[in-house]
Write a new protein. Sequence first.
Length: 367
Amino acid sequence: MNKFLPVVCIVLNLVCFSALAQTGKGKKDIAVIAYYAGNPNRLDSFVVEKLTHLIFCFGHLKGNRLDIGSARDSATIRKMVGLKSRNPGLKIILSLGGWGGCQTCSPVFTTAAGRKEFAKSVKEINDYFGTDGVDLDWECPAIEGHPGHPFTPEDKPAFTKLVKRLRKELGKKHEISFAAGGFTSFIDSSIEWKKVMKKVDRVNLMSYDLVNGYTTKSGHHTPLYSTPEQKESTDHGVQMMLAAGVPASKIVVGAAFYARIFEVTDTLNNGLYRSGRFLKGLSYNRQADTLTAANGFIQYWDSTAGAPYSFNEKRKLMASYDNIRSVQLKIGYAIQHRLNGIMFWQLGEDTYKDGLLDAIDKTRRED
């Protein structure tokens, strides 16, 4: 036996350990983040022990302040905080906005007074409920988001000033994250990435709705990889962020616990990449009874995209979604690339047993 071999092995092990420490998460400590917009009474039925973060959806702006708008919302937050008795390490985060929920974000956050008052209110509400931070879901700074919502080029530097103000107000005790559109124009134009990422804990990449409700062509709405026919994908968004200087250890990929169903004009290519229109969404917990052979649907797997889809030839309906196989690929991708973790919209659309969260957790815990 070579007398230098043990020394070489020790050095290699130390190098690998050092690289792991510097580049990001190990398998078991990778973040698993759920958004939740459901009834507080349902929360007890989910296995929250498999989560690291649970995000309340949504607070909104009232004037310049974060507002929790109803008694039910307050009850939901209290219920979430109470889940720490089952999972003491669980972080409860309050999210602002959502699609259609940030109409005044641009006029408020482009003023110093607006940012200051908002940050102060975030601190007060977190202290009141005993929650752990804020998630900004402004869709979208500096580019068109929800129809009719104002936006301006000044939103981009204003977002940077906003997270700086929040960090000053919240200190290191509370977490700050934000939801980022997974599409090219958002990543290119909405965020000053290097400046913002210094102040936040993570960015939640919404790598879903990549083919959205305004489309005139069907496609994968939450694929892992790009295809010749569709550039937008989870990997495309991640690679753009990395190129913009975002640390891998702060990137969270997104999964969809719902399908998007498109009505297409012909039956070519099993309905994929065909002219058509968005018809409706369908939660994961309804898919097993809806996207069935008995109902005329045949399931397919796109090995290039790493994504499933189903097609009903008779009714010309194409459904795009995540399933157990695709979410396991996504969490595997996050682990492989040393990312911060995986998040999903939203927990209330999962099944109580043998669902997508279970599949994520199983992969995360495998040796």
